[in-house]
Design a protein around this ligand. Structure first.
Ligand code: COI
Length: 355
């Protein structure tokens, strides 16, 4: 598929670093492909995007993003099908969400031909880095930051948009044990919870660190007002199997509108599962684990895909979830999603974007 074409200023590497890449030993976010994209927004105009060898960028100490944090990003994945063609998954959804985040953070809008056209251009150059194999993909990271050299607090007038790419395998090696957070919050109504802005992730680190010190992998975020309803988990949306139905918190201004979340909902419906998007209370889930009506709880996100939880910690007690098998709903949903993304089944949803 092609977006409107745009000229990119391309400088390729003289020697690829791909020999450093071991598809059997992938550490998330630690190795980057040969090329990256850089596009600058100056005087109200996007300049010709550059594709350059991956490498360091220099910055002025007064760069606005370093002080006031106007920064947003997306997480996406590319796969290879059996014919070694490179496939992106629903890139237009990420592009649209990126611009929603940009609007909330008072940043420039990015045109499709730079965002998706840039991804296509990079993926053609670095196609050899797209790994095959279950749980493997190339993680795509478009991001943008304010690039004014100015210490006044105002929306920046200049921005830099970049794309880097990194091979990814399984995000969690064992099922996470998550703790219900009842003191700190991720987002409040009217805030920036629905935007994929860097500050949301920075603010989550301290409460997550406290939970990790208590032996948990991640947090289950609850609402800011009462800590009564589930919102997200770590950097993922959260889903529950309750009485055989897929139940997930309805999206709101405090919850990121996950593309994996939406895809799993559509796939679940296509598999004949009943889906409920509504408020899900902590009480309901904790009681349901004990009574057996809650059989699975899992995170859903680009990086983690579908990540079933081993146990939920709440008020000093751990509520252990049943072990996941191939027959579990989350396993079936994960397989259905992977089959579409890697071209193993017909894409009846129109989600796959061939590069
Ligand atoms: C993603 O799933 O792409 C995320 O946003 C998680 C990332 C922060 C590791």
């Amino acid at each position: 598929m092609m977006t409107e074409t745009l000229n990119f200023d391309v400088t390729t590497v003289t020697e690829s670093r791909i020999s450093q890449f071991d598809p059997n030993n992938i550490v998330f976010g630690s190795l980057f492909t040969d090329h990256m994209l850089v596009a600058d927004y100056i005087d109200g105009q996007w300049q010709t995007p550059k594709i350059l060898p991956f490498g360091e960028i220099s910055y002025n100490p007064a760069l606005a993003v370093l002080h006031y944090g106007q920064a947003i990003f997306e997480g996406m994945k590319a796969f290879k099908n059996d014919n070694d063609e490179v496939l992106m998954f629903r890139p237009q959804e990420n592009w649209k969400r990126f611009n929603i985040s940009a609007e909330r953070m008072c940043m420039a809008q990015i045109p499709e031909e730079i965002f998706i056209g840039g991804l296509e251009e990079l993926l053609r150059l670095d196609a050899a880095w797209v790994p095959k194999g279950e749980d493997n993909s190339l993680y795509l990271r478009p991001f943008m930051f304010s690039s004014d050299v100015y210490l006044g607090v105002r929306p920046s007038q200049n921005y830099r948009f970049m794309i880097i790419m990194s091979p990814a395998g399984k995000y969690y090696s064992t099922p996470p044990k998550v703790k219900v957070e009842t003191e700190y919050i991720r987002a409040a109504a009217g805030g920036v919870g629905y935007a994929k802005c860097a500050g949301n992730y920075a603010a989550s680190l301290y409460p997550a660190k406290l939970a990790q010190e208590q032996g948990y992998t991640q947090l289950l975020w609850t609402d800011a007002l009462e800590h009564k309803y589930f919102e997200e988990s770590g950097t993922m949306n959260v889903m529950f199997i309750i009485d055989g139905k897929l139940v997930t918190p309805a999206v709101s201004s405090t919850i990121l509108k996950g593309i994996t979340r939406d895809s799993l909902i559509q796939l679940a419906k296509s598999l004949g599962l009943e889906v409920e998007e509504r408020k899900v209370s902590v009480e309901e889930v904790i009681a349901g684990i004990s009574s057996g009506s809650v059989t699975e709880v899992f995170g859903a996100g680009t990086a983690v895909v579908v990540s079933p939880f081993a146990a939920i910690g709440y008020n000093g007690e751990d509520y252990v979830l049943p072990e996941i098998t191939e027959e579990s709903v989350s396993s079936k949903l994960k397989k259905a999603l992977n089959d579409v993304r890697t071209g193993k089944v017909d894409d009846t949803f129109g989600w796959v974007w061939k590069v």
